[in-house]
Design a protein around this ligand. Structure first.
Ligand code: CUA
Length: 200
């Protein structure tokens, strides 16, 4: 069968484009080490969070350098996380498992400049474990439009040096000066030097 020269060129170009697209999808899926959040966190009744582990959300020490943080997203704050509810404080060099849910509408829970990012869905618990390195302050933003004050829905994770951390008794602690003294550090994290890594 005779194929015109231009048609051959066009076929070759189309193949290159298709292979390029497939390569980019494959790279996006596995290259940056992105770990999707699955259904492992389970479900809750968003109307009755008082009957769940989210009744008293906050930071809890569960082992050596192991912490669990339950976060309730709601219009328009994170509890804990937003300064009014107490910022999230964890020690440096710790493994932290976040459990995030919403009690009203769909929100986002994105830790700025890191690969920690999930939707907060009413009834669904997003579970993710991350490793924090050196002391730093991270901003949390809601990245799902959730209502009139969506743009104001933000919070902080303050990673403090181990020596400054209150230990097992410290849960959901917040004092006014934490949010102000660390404000300058908020600009520090950038995508290129993300200190949070999803634990393997
Ligand atoms: Cu919560 Cu946008």
């Amino acid at each position: 069968m005779h194929i015109h020269r231009f048609e051959k060129v066009w076929l070759a170009l189309a193949l290159v484009f298709i292979l390029g697209l497939i390569s980019s999808i494959v790279y996006g899926a596995v290259g940056p080490g992105i770990e999707m959040i699955d259904a492992e966190g389970g479900t809750v009744d968003p109307q009755n969070l008082d009957d769940t582990a989210f009744a008293d959300p906050g930071v809890e020490k569960v082992g050596e350098d192991e912490y669990e943080v339950h976060v309730v997203a709601k219009q328009f704050s994170f509890d804990p996380g937003s300064p009014a509810n107490g910022v999230i404080r964890v020690p440096a060099n710790s493994n932290v498992t976040f459990y995030v849910t919403s009690k009203d509408v769909v929100h986002g829970f994105e830790v700025v400049g890191t690969n920690l990012n999930t939707m907060a869905i009413p009834g669904q618990v997003s579970k993710m474990t991350v490793q924090f390195g050196d002391a730093s302050t991270y901003g949390i933003v809601c990245n799902e439009y959730c209502g009139a004050a969506h743009h104001a829905m933000e919070g902080r994770i303050v990673v403090v040096p181990e020596s400054e951390y209150g230990g097992p008794g410290e849960t959901n602690a917040s004092s006014g000066n934490q949010t102000t003294t660390n404000a300058s550090a908020l600009a520090a994290p950038s995508p290129s030097n993300a200190l949070v890594e999803v634990a393997a």
